[in-house]
Design a protein around this ligand. Structure first.
Ligand code: SAH
Length: 342
């Protein structure tokens, strides 16, 4: 699929096809704008026929639009795989939340993405396609891009698909393409320690977000199987390493699960382990998933917890809820669409 290729690789591809060099720019632009082959008017029919087999084919399976401007789409790729992506509207622009895998194998007890395990990794181009889809929908062009920010917080574990995700980061931030700066990209991970370090060593500088969700290993193990592989202490050391290399403040996500990780003692413990770090805590009252028997902490209590953390010297906010009328926690839309087609 040629959406996986960067500009230099597209030049090579066009050359291999025996076409003239200037066609590369036209093709690359059409790909980045999300044009279908039929919509491309400046390429000859003979060339289009040659590239048809390599041209990206993805389609909207379902799209939900919220009153507040949030949109959720389920995209279907050529092999029938479905992934979901979300468009969030903020004062300063639009953020797209992308999926990085079809399903997920991390097995977090509260997450819908993991219900059927991992089907496959998404390629770099398939991750990019989710942004291109919304940019096109909003009438964005290359000069006037509508999407300003990207978060890798959809289905899948980005650092479990390291090569494709990092290729995607290069593609989306490249000056030839959408040119979205790494400063405006957040990568969320459940904490694959070696790959956090690798990300820093490979020179990336995206905002690193860690799904912590518990202040100690014994509790974390009960909700996140990855805690059996990496201790919180080692995750935090990897975060320090990332901060030292990139200078980027690390963000911690803490999904508040009623009666599981939201009592005073646990919040004190959380403040204690994060103390002295340049970081921010994002509190997210759990979005209940039908198949899982867990409830979110009340929003009111979440604000109290944020206040408590602030008082203990830890910067904290409660995640705004957006698109509540079309809500569905991570992976729920995709599961719904798949169930309909089963
Ligand atoms: N695999 C990555 C990205 C996934 S999802 C990660 O673990 O970070 C983005 C965030 O949503 C993660 O913090 C994840 O733990 C959280 N999440 C998943 N299901 C949720 C739910 N039902 N309610 C609230 N947060 C949830």
């Amino acid at each position: 699929m040629i959406l996986d290729l960067n500009f230099e690789e597209i030049c090579q591809y066009v050359e291999n096809m025996g076409e003239q060099k200037y066609r590369a720019k036209q093709l690359f632009e059409a790909l980045t704008l999300g044009k279908t082959l039929e919509e491309i008017s400046n390429l000859p029919k003979s060339f289009k026929e040659k590239i048809e087999k390599d041209y990206p084919k993805y389609e909207e399976a379902t799209r939900l639009v919220s009153k507040d401007g949030t949109q959720k789409v389920a995209l279907r790729f050529s092999d029938g795989s479905i992934v979901e992506s979300v468009l969030l509207k903020y004062k300063y622009g639009y953020t797209v939340c992308v999926s990085t895998q079809v399903g997920c194998r991390m097995g977090c007890k509260f997450c819908a993405s993991t219900l059927n395990g991992l089907q496959r990794n998404l390629s770099a181009g398939e991750i990019l396609a989710q942004i291109i889809f919304f940019n096109k929908l909003l009438g964005g062009t290359l000069k006037e891009r509508k999407i300003t920010n990207v978060v890798l917080m959809g289905c899948g574990e980005p650092l479990d698909n390291y090569d494709n995700v990092t290729k995607f980061l290069k593609l989306v931030s490249s000056a030839d393409g959408l040119n979205i700066s790494q400063r405006n990209i957040s990568l969320s991970t459940c904490g694959l320690v070696p790959n956090i370090k690798k990300l820093a060593d490979d020179g990336f500088s995206v905002t690193l977000t860690i799904s912590l969700h518990a202040p100690n290993d014994s509790l974390r193990k009960t909700i996140m199987p990855i805690a059996n592989a990496y201790k919180i202490e080692d995750v935090l050391k990897a975060c320090d390493y990332y901060f030292d290399k990139t200078g980027r403040r690390v963000c911690f996500e803490y999904s508040l699960i009623s009666g599981v990780n939201d009592n005073d003692q646990q919040i004190n413990e959380l403040a204690k382990i994060l103390k002295g770090r340049s970081c921010h805590v994002n509190l997210i009252p759990l979005n209940s998933v039908k198949e899982k028997n867990l409830l979110g902490t009340a929003r009111k209590k979440a604000y109290v917890i944020a206040g408590k953390l602030e008082a203990l010297g830890i910067s904290a906010t409660v995640r705004r809820t957006m698109g509540e009328d079309i809500e569905g926690a991570c992976g729920q839309l995709r599961n719904k669409v798949e169930a309909k087609h089963d």
